[in-house]
Ligand binder design. Structure first.
Ligand SMILES: Cc1ncc(COP(=O)(O)O)c(C=O)c1O
Length: 450
């Protein structure tokens, strides 16, 4: 599924989401704009929850906030019985502010700060996923200081190859995440954690990467982790009551890319988990799954307005839009591909090769290189499909861009869930002798529009 479930066109060709024409949203909220379809969000959340609970009753789904740490969306996913996976004090703050119960929150990260760990302990979150021994020592010290005992999981590096971009593969041998199993370091880490005051080890974690289409590496990781669990039980008597293979399920970004059904993935993973537990005579653990991209990615569309069109004779046609790498770094960061459509009218004529460029001062600021689109004019609107995950979440203020607004659409209504930044927002953290923001452009007030 490339476009949100409710995507249709009006009789005069306007692309609509959740019953709201995108040109109307552009008019009301300005562009660039991120539009989220509530029906798609809820349906995807329910589908993944049902896929796991029907085959493995003791499963829990926690939404990986890094994909889009929006309090409004976290609150919506809470209504769909999801917990939350956070990787920073900021995400923890957003989750708590959104009303996520602390016990449903888990905390990840390869270099959590002392302050962040303190915040997690003070909030009494469900569990912390320890990534390395330095963290285990610090967390133990803090837990003792705060006179508490915290549930922890150990993030393992199983050393499996996955077919995804190397920048989003995390379970390979050469990774900054997790403690390697094969080198013996993971067993030493378990021994240390078991004897550390303030820490209560509950299980293992092994997220192997993101945008993965093949379930084989997950099965491989489960086998490796359960072998390890059996070895640890023999040596130290500990066995996991919780296990998490993380998230990472791939989604379609271009036509012809087939998203693997989540039900197949759930069936395969849980069958492997059951078989491996039986083989090693280990009790079945609680299963925690941490999807991010697969929930919010296909539910979100990025909406841009075309500014200039430049034909470099014999080479390519650049269609420049009013956003780019400051709101979506993925194409520049790791060559991510997207699919575009004209949003304000049905295009006329054949598809032509164009490159959709951003407006920022980097030659590499290209949203889609060699896209095929019917010819557009300045003022047209272009929508990018599957832009819900890791776009707005990674947005920056490069060139002092104001990060875009986001709206949630449903049944003909649009709700602003994030306003566009203002120039005043951009100056809010700056300290300079004569800095005196005034409203010379009339754009300091926090309106939603540009
Ligand atoms: C530990 C962990 N869990 C879950 C996720 C979510 O991955 P995805 O958005 O691909 O489902 C990530 C992403 O990097 C992660 O690092």
């Amino acid at each position: 599924m490339l476009w949100p479930e409710t995507a249709t066109r009006t009789a005069d060709g306007q692309l609509t989401l959740g019953g709201v024409p995108l040109p109307r949203l552009a008019e009301e909220f300005g562009t660039p704009l991120y539009v989220y379809d509530e029906v798609t969000l809820r349906n995807r959340a329910r589908r993944i929850r049902d896929a796991f609970t029907r085959t493995y009753a003791d499963s829990g789904i926690v939404y990986a906030a890094k994909a889009l740490p929006s309090p409004a969306i976290i609150a919506l996913l809470r209504e769909e019985s999801m917990g939350l996976d956070v990787v920073s004090g900021g995400e923890l703050y957003a989750g708590l502010a959104a009303g996520m119960p602390p016990e449903s929150i888990c905390f990840h990260g390869n270099n959590k700060s002392e302050d962040e760990l303190r915040e997690a302990l003070t909030a009494r979150i469900g569990h912390i996923v320890i990534d390395n021994l330095d963290e285990a020592r610090m967390l133990s010290r803090l837990a003792v200081e705060l006179n508490t005992v915290v549930n922890v999981m150990l993030r393992l590096n199983p050393g499996v190859e996955v077919h995804t971009h190397h920048k989003i593969a995390t379970g390979v041998a050469d990774s900054k995440f997790g403690v390697p199993i094969w080198s013996g370091q993971a067993a030493s880490a378990v021994e240390m954690i078991l004897s550390a005051p303030g820490l209560s080890l509950v299980g293992y974690h092994a997220h192997i990467g993101s945008q993965i289409f093949d379930d084989a590496p997950y099965r491989e990781a489960i086998v490796i982790v359960l072998d390890f669990a059996a070895e640890v039980r023999t040596r130290f008597g500990f066995f996991p009551t919780v296990f998490s293979p993380g998230g990472g399920f791939g989604i379609a970004y271009e036509p012809g890319q087939d998203e693997p059904p989540i039900e197949t993935w759930a069936d395969e993973a849980t069958a492997t988990l059951r078989a491996e537990c039986a083989r090693h005579e280990l009790p079945l653990p609680r299963l925690i799954v941490e999807p991010g991209r697969t929930i919010v990615g296909p539910a979100g569309v990025a909406l841009y307005r075309v500014g200039s069109i430049k034909d470099v004779a014999g080479i390519r046609t650049y269609v420049a839009v009013d956003g780019g790498m400051a709101d979506n770094i993925r194409p520049t960061l790791y060559g991510a591909r997207y699919t575009a459509a004209i949003a304000n009218r049905t295009g006329a004529g054949p598809d032509v090769p164009v490159t959709i460029a951003g407006k920022y001062c980097e030659s590499g600021d290209l949203l889609i290189e060699d896209a095929r689109l019917q010819m557009v004019e300045p003022g047209d609107l272009i929508a990018l499909a599957a832009a819900g995950a890791y776009c707005l979440a990674m947005a920056s203020n490069y060139n002092l861009a104001r990060r875009p607004a986001a709206v949630l659409v449903n049944a003909g209504n649009a709700r602003l869930i994030r306003r566009r930044e203002t120039y005043l927002d951009l100056m809010a953290t700056e300290i300079a002798p004569n800095l005196a923001p005034d409203d010379q452009f009339g754009s300091l007030a926090p309106s939603a529009k540009s």
